[in-house]
Each structure stands twice: as C-alpha cells, then as structure tokens.
Design a protein around this ligand. Structure first.
Ligand SMILES: *[C@@H]1O[C@H](CO)[C@@H](O)[C@H](O)[C@H]1NC(C)=O
Ligand SMILES: *[C@@H]1O[C@H](CO)[C@@H](O)[C@H](O)[C@H]1NC(C)=O
Ligand SMILES: *[C@@H]1O[C@H](CO)[C@@H](O)[C@H](O)[C@H]1NC(C)=O
Ligand SMILES: *[C@@H]1O[C@H](CO)[C@@H](O)[C@H](O)[C@H]1NC(C)=O
Length: 426
C-alpha cells in the first residue's frame, strides 16, 4: 500500500512541470481571447454553468461504499435540444379509466410512456387497457406507449412498489435510448401544465438535475419506520395482503445515512442508470436494506442519491407536485377538488395529486389549463390532422403557454437559486 502511494507520488511529480506550463499557456490564451472579444457568448456559457452544482455537501471521506468510477462519468452536456421524458403511470384495480384519462392529458409524441395496472386489477381490466393501447391509431403509429403486461404484485407501503418502479425504469432504459428524465406518476395524479410547457422549460436545464424531495430529519419516522422490521407479502404471495411486522427492531444504519421524502420524483437518466445497472454496489445494498423498511418508496431513492456525492450535488429538493397533505404525519393526501384550484395553480407545480375519479376539478383543469377536449389529447405544437391532434406533425415544435411561465418560476426558485444548495441532502 505504502509503495503504491510513493509510486503515485513520484508519478505526480513528473507531471508537475508540464502541467504548470500548460496551465499558464491556457490561462494566457483565455485572457487574450477575452481581450479580443472572442468569447462573445459568455453570458450563455455562464447561464449553462451557473446551475451546474459546484459545491458538495456532507462528509465524503467516509463514503467508502461508492466506487470511484462514479466520478469518471462525464456530465451530460446541457444541450439546447428539446428533451424527452419517460413516464411511468401506474394504477390498481378499477383505475383503468382514470389512467386512460391521465395518459391522454400527459401525452406528447416525443415522450415515452409505460403504463402498469398491478396484479390486483382483474385480468379483464388489464386486457382492456392493452387492447385500447393497441387500437389507438396515434399510439400505434408513434409507438411510444407500452404496457407492463406481466403485472407486478405491488404492496402500497412495501418494497414491491420500489421494485415495480425500478422494473419500469429498466424497461424504459432497454427500450428507448433517448429519454432524459424519468417521471413516476399514478393514475390519480394529473398534470397542471401542458407537455409543451414542461418540455420547453426543461430544455434549458442540465440533463443531470434530479427533482427529489428529501431530508435527513427523520422525526417520527425514525422510531416508526427505520427501526421496525417488516415483511412485504407481495414478495412471495399471489394475493394482496398487508405487510406484517417482526418483533425485533434494528438500530439506525451507520454505513450510510438515511434520508426520507416524497415518493414522487423526476430523476435524470444518469441517476436511473446508476440505480438500475448497479455497477456500484450501493443501490443494491440499499435495496436489500429497504426490503424490510415500511414505506420504502419514501426513502430508497433519497438515500441512494444523498450518499453518492456526485449525485447528491444534482438533487433539487422538490417533487414538482402539488399535494395537499393531512397535518403531520403527512401520510394521506387530501383529495383535491374545485376549492383547491387556485392554490394548485398558484403553487406553479406541473403535477397535482390526488384526484377522485372524474372530479369536476379535472374538467376545470382540462378546460382552463390544458385546453383539452373530452377524450382527446392535450393540444400542443405537434398536433396536426383533423380533428386536431389526430395526427403527429413536427414533434419539436413546442407551443408553450402560461404554464411554462409558472413552471419556470418554480424552477428558478428550487434549482437556480441559493436554495438549491442550502436544501441539498441536509
Ligand atoms: C469525516 O469522516 C471521517 C471518518 O469517518 C472522520 O474521521 C472525519 O473527521 C469526518 N470529517 C468531517 C468534516 O466530519
Ligand atoms: C411511484 O409511483 C407510485 C404511484 O403509483 C407511488 O405510489 C410510488 O411510491 C412511487 N415512488 C416509488 C419510488 O416507487
Ligand atoms: C373540497 O374538499 C374540502 C375538504 O377536503 C371541503 O371542505 C370542500 O367543501 C370541498 N369543496 C368543494 C367545492 O367540493
Ligand atoms: C366524455 O366522453 C365520455 C365518453 O367518451 C362520456 O361518457 C362523458 O360523458 C363525456 N363527458 C363530458 C363532460 O362530455
């Protein structure tokens, strides 16, 4: 070990002189080009780099878990091209129609969609969904809507929910080489901006940014979530049952730090690849740890991201949802109705949850925010044909509306201000 260090040190010394020379040359060239006005688009360069996080938080020396390889991933370029999203929309028994409605409200030909009705929904309902997707002329033409046909058993509070999300991520990675962000929704969520609005706003964002609400202040969750051990029957039974508890408790982990937060998130492709491909062992270790943890969807991705410095520095602390929670413990969101409409819009969030099936407020969102007609897609720059949106024109043609302005205000606050660093993995 010692020899290795000395060797490395000598190697380093040999490089010091050329390094200093080349640094000086570079600095000279840079200063000259400044003076000659060669760097004309300095503003653009600045604006690209200003939101790429530069500060890291936490004690990085003790993160022996994380392979040093992580740092060799080059940051994805913040290109000006229009991004693509990969959506997972999942539901359960009886959710067919609202999942179908949410899918129409969210649809854009640039994106990829994967829908999932879990094993609790009857086979007939799942077959009906598959048939609708196959029969839809636009879906079959563009080919960007897929269904997880081999349905997963999902326990709402158990690790099977995380497994289902990772399953969808894996399929999306395998099927589509192009998407930039993964967004996890349920059939009871609904968009509050159009896809043109969100695609337009995300065009300027660094592709490695993650939106994930998180905190290390576990509060009551420390005693009621982190210490008890539970077993998810969804892992081995074919019928849905509640989780059951072990009598033993466990201590808080010392090998990594626990984080908790919202189960809704927008994850960068890079981070999803890290979690799914697992060439570093941390995501896998944590997956096993969380398999006995109640409400793991509110902790798994948060704990992974905050324990890897390279990814921690990309986390914006927000879930991009408007959710009206019950007073602490924040476990059951209220159903949103017409009385919540102005608060929803005022939050500037791109998604809201949760909505009762066909609640009148959904019609209001369709009419005044999305301009969507019953049974049709949310109109956007891509729409062509007669009736409008029955065919795909240019899918890079975005027509952002007032929703883009609202979303941009929110992004400014959570990803382009000091708040971004202040709230990161604390
Ligand atoms: C970081 O962790 C190491 C090892 O656990 C410890 O020795 C060191 O004091 C810590 N540094 C800070 C700044 O907390
Ligand atoms: C993903 O979405 C579902 C909604 O179907 C949600 O219940 C789940 O907790 C989400 N998050 C994760 C990490 O699986
Ligand atoms: C909306 O729900 C709240 C309770 O969550 C209720 O007090 C209110 O009257 C409802 N408003 C409408 C318009 O239904
Ligand atoms: C929307 O269309 C469905 C059938 O496509 C119909 O049952 C429903 O009544 C319509 N709703 C409105 C508000 O027109």
């Amino acid at each position: 070990m010692k020899g290795y260090i000395i060797g490395a040190h000598n190697m380093e010394k040999r490089w010091v002189f050329p390094l200093i020379i080349s640094t000086l040359v570079c600095a000279f060239l840079l200063v000259t080009s400044f003076n000659m006005g060669l760097i004309s688009s300095l503003h653009t360069i600045n604006s690209i780099f200003s939101i790429i996080p530069t500060r890291l938080t936490g004690n990085q020396t003790d993160l022996v878990f994380v392979e040093s390889k992580v740092s060799s991933i080059p940051p994805p370029p913040a290109g000006p091209t229009t991004p693509r999203f990969a959506y997972l929309v999942s539901g359960s028994k009886g959710d067919l129609d609202r999942l179908w409605r949410t899918l129409h409200a969210l649809y854009h030909p640039r994106n990829h969609y994967i829908v999932h009705l879990d094993l609790e929904s009857p086979a007939a309902e799942r077959m009906e969904l598959a048939a609708r997707i196959e029969k839809d002329p636009l879906f079959s033409k563009v080919g960007n809507v897929d269904m997880i046909v081999k349905a997963n058993m999902v326990t709402y509070r158990g690790p099977t929910m995380v497994a289902n999300t990772l399953h969808a991520c894996a399929i999306l990675l395998k099927k589509n080489k192009e998407w930039d962000w993964f967004i996890n929704l349920s059939a009871s969520d609904y968009p509050l901006v159009t896809q043109d609005d969100i695609l337009y706003t995300f065009t300027d964002l660094p592709r490695n940014l993650n939106f994930i609400e998180h905190t290390s202040r576990l509060g009551w969750k420390e005693g009621q979530r982190a210490k008890p051990l539970m077993i998810d029957p969804g892992l081995y039974l074919s019928r849905k049952k509640e989780v059951f508890w072990a009598t033993e408790k466990r201590e808080l982990p010392t090998a990594f730090k626990l984080f908790t937060g919202s189960a809704w998130m927008v994850l960068s492709r890079e981070f999803v690849e890290y979690c799914v491909w697992g060439w570093d062992n941390l995501p896998r270790t944590l997956l096993m740890y969380y398999s006995n943890f109640v409400s793991s969807p509110e902790g798994y991705f948060q704990t992974v991201i905050c324990n890897v410095p390279e990814f921690a520095s990309t986390a914006a602390n927000h879930d991009l949802h408007y959710i009206s929670w019950d007073f602490p413990p924040k476990q059951h969101p209220h159903n949103l109705n017409l009385s919540d409409f102005s608060k929803m819009v005022g939050s500037n969030a791109p998604f809201g949850r949760k909505f009762k099936r066909n609640d009148p407020v959904l019609d209001k969102i369709d009419a005044s925010l999305l301009k969507r007609k019953n049974g049709s897609f949310t109109p956007g720059g891509w729409c062509s044909g007669k009736p409008l949106c029955s065919d795909v024109g240019d899918n890079t043609n975005l027509k952002p509306g007032p929703g883009a302005r609202r979303l941009n205000t929110l992004i400014d606050r959570i990803a382009r201000s000091d708040l971004f660093f202040q709230n990161q993995c604390k």
